[in-house]
Design a protein around this ligand. Structure first.
Ligand code: FAD
Length: 318
């Protein structure tokens, strides 16, 4: 079922959902299930599965020299989505990136998703690869998420890249895109970023999931500003509980966001990681309760591969 259909069916009730990261290649999928199992009692209508950018790894040769190889360390997004659908009878949402993929490769991924009966995809540009100073699309690849949305919408209309296919059978993907309550790091202003978001919706996106934020006021202002410029699709808030001391520096650096001073002071008081994790849980519970009271369609959690804290939050909120 489409994410938007789940929202309609919920009839105003706030739903619980979360995002998982594929394991590093070489690991067993059971670890992933072990983290998902405890969250199933909260009846998520869908689970998002991220896709990672390719990166360089260095392999030591017998002559002592290092060989540089490009690889994707966490492959398997579409396979994991299929396995989640099969195991839990749940909608799984694969994240599809512009970065690192040609449009042709993207078409193959979308065809796989369609054959597997995945009804939703999340269309993202992706960050710059680790070895690049700024984002560079592949030759023959999509540059912005709005271009990717257009490609997916084309497929929904039976338009493949080459006019050689019998297009009597069409996909019908529900398309999610990313939104930034504190502005995307590369955008010159909030107003510009919102205009870009509107372009994604006008290109065919059906819903938005936000970057994490720690101050609900930022989300409420963002939703208002989006409505004012005519963005009328559901905007799902994304929440991440702080889990370790270093998040205080790493999260603002990676995601270009602010942490409220009260939260920072609470974390600074903590003597160990267990205490930090508890502060993160309590902060996320308070955020989630307020969002739920405000009637948000879903609270979507960034689980980052561990579910004990998400479970503790969900128990208090759902
Ligand atoms: P876009 O919407 O393309 O925007 C990127 C930047 O370009 C913005 O600054 C925007 O304002 C600007 N822009 C857009 N269109 C134009 C234009 N026509 N001309 C000039 N500027 C323009 N990353 C991953 O690698 N894997 C994931 O699975 C993943 N999942 C995510 C899930 C969510 C909910 C979110 C919020 C982010 C996720 N990301 C993921 C991170 C995301 O890929 C990065 O934030 C990336 O830098 C931007 O992606 P986007 O889709 O928002 O890009």
């Amino acid at each position: 079922m489409k994410v938007t259909e789940h929202l309609e069916k919920a009839n105003g009730k706030t739903l619980f959902s979360f995002e998982i990261i594929p394991p590093q290649k070489g690991q067993n999928i059971q670890k992933l299930y072990d983290n998902i199992d405890p969250l199933m009692e909260f009846k998520p209508p869908f689970i998002d599965v991220t896709t990672s950018r390719e990166e360089f790894v260095y392999i030591e040769k017998s002559n002592g020299l290092l060989e540089r190889k490009k690889t994707r360390m966490r492959p398997g997004t579409v396979g994991i989505c299929a396995s989640l659908k099969h195991k839990y009878n749940i909608d799984a949402v694969p994240h599809i990136l512009c970065g690192g993929f040609t449009k042709e490769e993207t078409e193959y991924v979308l065809v796989d998703c369609h054959y597997l009966g995945l009804d939703n995809v999340m269309a993202l540009r992706g960050d710059a690869a680790k070895h690049e100073p700024y984002f560079k699309p592949e030759n023959e690849g999509n540059h912005y998420a709005s271009d990717l949305v257009k490609q997916i919408k084309d497929l929904n209309q039976g338009k493949y890249l080459h006019d050689i296919v019998d297009n009597s059978h069409r996909s019908d993907f529900c398309i999610g895109v990313a939104g930034y309550p504190e502005k995307h790091m590369e955008s010159p202003s909030m107003a510009t970023d919102l205009r870009r978001l509107k372009e994604k919706v006008e290109a065919g996106a059906h819903y938005v999931v936000t970057q994490m934020f720690f101050d609900n006021a930022k989300y409420f202002e963002f939703v208002e500003a989006a409505k004012e410029i005519g963005i009328n699709v559901p905007i799902i808030p994304g929440i991440k509980p702080i889990a370790v001391h270093r998040h205080l520096n790493v999260l603002p650096q990676i995601f270009s966001l602010n942490l409220p001073d009260t939260l920072v002071k609470e974390v600074e008081k903590c003597k160990d990681s267990k205490a930090v994790r508890q502060v993160g849980i309590e902060w996320a519970i308070a955020q989630s309760k307020e969002l739920k009271t405000a009637g948000v369609p879903v609270v979507h959690y960034y689980s980052m591969g561990k579910s004990d804290n998400i479970k503790a939050i969900a128990k208090e909120v759902f």
